[in-house]
Design a protein around this ligand. Structure first.
Ligand SMILES: NC(=O)c1ccc[n+]([C@@H]2O[C@H](COP(=O)([O-])OP(=O)(O)OC[C@H]3O[C@@H](n4cnc5c(N)ncnc54)[C@H](OP(=O)(O)O)[C@@H]3O)[C@@H](O)[C@H]2O)c1
Length: 257
């Protein structure tokens, strides 16, 4: 059974998409959440929804931060601890794809930004959170991507970053055991604004993606939030270092079809 009552959870990238769905689900299950994103209006909307869903009317701690800056990563942990004095759960969800082709002359600066947001900020935040998570015997869930396990040439540096995140998950699961469990979820396509960030037309892209999936659907953010909640809480107490795929079957699609 998923029990998050009174657990303190820091959820990055929670002003939208998977992170927002996770923050709302955690709130509805009685958790105290800290939400993080770059856009204040979106954060305020998610915060109000979290409060309305909380059985205890808990107001989230709202942190405006841009993870391209190391100082914002440090401040995110500081503000969470200063408010709650405790941390049970860290959800490393904030992420962005690259948008430069490998042969673009500016590809390297895009590569650096992609690594900073998807890997370096996760490493720094997890390192800063670790003493609190060890004390709480808590857990970490990292949000990876199918592009860590398969080739998507236009998302080349993003795929590299998410592969690194998978290895970080396994290595930290080993390093932080027995006190802290660390797992990754691996989404396939999820109906969020992420697709728009890839400069794809959302209308035709979703139809094409649905058709490609063995389950003939793409995920809604709540599908991932449910899996994240399971991995974050004691219902999965026997699971650590796992890379758990939730991809509408994308990775097992029949290439002959
Ligand atoms: N959607 C998919 O198909 C899909 C598939 C596989 C993996 N994923 C992964 O799932 C995670 C969540 O993505 P999503 O689909 O929910 O995307 P989304 O709807 O675009 O939300 C992304 C979230 O991350 C935040 N964020 C982005 N860049 C940031 C930065 N530099 N600093 C701080 N926060 C930042 C955004 O904040 P603001 O909006 O406030 O800027 C937003 O809250 C990502 O790690 C992504 O790689 C998504």
């Amino acid at each position: 059974m998923i029990d998050l009552n009174n657990k303190v959870a820091l959820i990055t990238g929670s002003s939208d998409g998977i992170g927002a769905a996770t923050a709302k689900l955690f709130s509805s299950l009685g958790a105290k959440v800290a939400i993080v994103g770059r856009k204040q209006d979106k954060l305020d909307k998610v915060a109000a929804e979290c409060e309305a869903k909380s059985p205890h009317n808990y107001k989230p701690v709202v942190i405006r931060a841009d993870f391209v800056n190391d100082e914002d990563v440090v401040r995110t942990l500081q503000e969470t601890i200063s408010a709650y004095k405790h941390l049970d759960i860290l959800i490393n969800n904030a992420g962005q794809s690259n948008n430069k082709d490998f042969l673009d002359t500016d590809a390297l600066s895009d590569y650096d930004r992609t690594q900073q947001i998807n890997v370096r900020s996760v490493v720094r935040l997890t390192q800063l959170a670790a003493p609190y998570l060890i004390e709480a015997k808590g857990s970490v869930v990292n949000v990876s991507s199918v592009s860590s396990l398969n080739t998507f040439p236009r998302m080349w540096s993003y795929g590299m970053a998410k592969s690194a995140l998978n290895m970080f998950t396994k290595t930290m699961a080993s390093r932080l055991a027995p006190n802290v469990r660390v797992n990754s979820v691996v989404p396939g396509p999820v109906r969020t604004n992420f697709v728009a960030s890839l400069n794809l037309d959302p209308k035709t892209t979703w139809d094409r993606l649905v058709d490609k999936q063995p389950l003939k659907r793409v995920a809604d953010p709540i599908d991932l939030a449910n899996l994240i909640a399971f991995l974050a809480c004691d219902a999965s107490r026997n699971t650590t270092g796992s890379i758990v795929v939730s991809d509408s079957g994308e990775l097992i699609a029949d290439p002959m079809k």
